[in-house]
Design a protein around this ligand. Structure first.
Ligand SMILES: Cc1cc2nc3c(=O)[nH]c(=O)nc-3n(C[C@H](O)[C@H](O)[C@H](O)COP(=O)(O)OP(=O)(O)OC[C@H]3O[C@@H](n4cnc5c(N)ncnc54)[C@H](O)[C@@H]3O)c2cc1C
Length: 351
């Protein structure tokens, strides 16, 4: 079998890369093992434009939002689904200090931040003592539908193999790569945390971190917003809410822990005034890195081997933009943004 690009992984990164290669009318084949607890299958899909104690804008957010909102809408139209929803984030201040920090930023007229007058609005549903601010707009990406819908389409066109990719079967030459019976010009790794063990990319400064989420059923939470008090609570379908997450840099495995369940249940019991039922508990490991910048581009020593990875906590906002950059680089030789291009690690990658 002959193709231009062999892609490993169909999480949010592989989905977007294949989408843009398809738009360029390039041939590709994806190998994906449909791991149920891959990061993209556990994530809520929230895009929050602000971060940290100072509540500052996240890296490149204005540019990313103006790209990703139309991109998700276009993908959704092609798949016949609603791929992205605009929401407000209702941020219940957990302490008076956090309230002051938020209000200070509102007074500075910081983008995205608002202090609504009607502070009693959620008293029937939530316990909160220090009021709330709003982050507007935020978005929720419908990962739950995007990934299977794109997969179905790929399968229908024989563009996806559902199996494990085995690195020891990969051969590469100056003109391309050979993997089992597949010949391709290039191979691109979009395989999340697996790349941290890949002989070509293991020297990249991955800093994997584990996160967990709980799904609850509750018919009485007002639909339409994301709520935050220490953790995020986001509706993912009617009456079903995702709550998470934690960030563990040291962990033994990628499985849900009793400690997170206990801590989250306690939070829900003290925060929610309405009944809820826990229906699922998931865990995954984020392909994060020390710099908090994605890993994008061709290997400096092996031009037929590339990567789209290192999305950390922000795959939903970073993947579409950088997949487009990588597709333009692969197809037309365009430059990739310096802060994301793995050229910046040339020394350690060619050691
Ligand atoms: C609890 C939690 C909550 C999160 N919440 C958010 C959020 O709200 N918003 C946000 O933007 N991000 C969030 N993230 C981060 C987000 O999940 C990641 O940034 C993103 O999913 C990474 O996508 P990816 O496609 O690069 O990797 P992955 O999603 O890990 O995809 C890799 C793919 O490769 C496949 N694969 C791996 N190895 C092989 C192999 N050997 N053979 C075949 N296939 C293979 C896997 O099956 C998978 O499909 C969250 C993460 C966690 C853990």
């Amino acid at each position: 079998m002959q193709t231009e690009f062999l892609i490993v992984g169909q999480g949010i990164s592989g989905t977007w890369l294949s989408y843009y290669l398809q738009k360029e009318k390039r041939s590709f084949l994806i190998i994906d093992n449909d791991q149920p607890n891959s990061a993209s299958r556990v994530a809520a899909g929230i895009i929050n434009p602000v971060t940290g104690r100072r509540i500052v804008k996240t890296w490149m957010i204005d540019e990313l939002l103006s790209f990703l909102v139309p991109a998700y809408k276009e993908l959704g139209n092609e798949l016949g689904i609603n791929a992205i929803e605009q929401k407000k984030l209702v941020d219940f201040h957990p302490t008076p200090q956090m309230k002051m920090a938020f209000d200070e930023r509102v007074n500075e007229k910081a983008d995205f931040l608002f202090h609504p007058k009607d502070q009693e609005r959620y008293q029937e549903t939530f316990n909160y003592d220090f009021g709330f601010g709003e982050v507007d707009p935020c978005y929720v990406v419908n990962l739950k539908e995007i990934l299977p819908a794109w997969r179905k389409k790929l399968l229908a066109y024989d563009q996806l193999l559902e199996e494990d990719f085995e690195l020891n079967e990969l051969r590469h030459t100056d003109t391309g790569i050979i993997y089992k019976n597949i010949k391709a010009e290039k191979i691109i790794f979009c395989d999340g945390i697996q790349s941290s063990q890949n002989s070509f990319f293991k020297n990249l400064p991955f800093a994997l971190n584990k996160g967990e989420a709980i799904l609850i059923e509750s018919p009485n939470i007002p639909y339409g917003n994301i709520f935050k008090k220490g953790m995020m609570l986001a509706s993912i379908e009617k009456d079903i809410y995702w709550i998470g997450s934690n960030y563990l840099w040291e962990f033994m495995d990628d499985q849900p822990t009793g400690q997170f369940r206990k801590q989250t249940e306690l939070l829900l019991k003290t925060w929610l005034k309405v009944p809820f039922k826990i229906i699922d508990h998931k865990a995954s490991v984020r392909p994060a890195n020390i710099e908090r910048r994605p890993f994008v581009g061709s290997h400096p020593g092996q031009k037929n081997i590339g990567i789209l990875n290192g999305m950390g906590t922000k795959g939903c906002s970073l993947a579409p933009f950088f997949a487009k950059q990588l597709a333009d680089h692969l197809v037309s030789g365009h430059e990739i943004l310096g802060e994301a291009d793995i050229k910046r690690f040339s020394k350690i990658l060619t050691r």
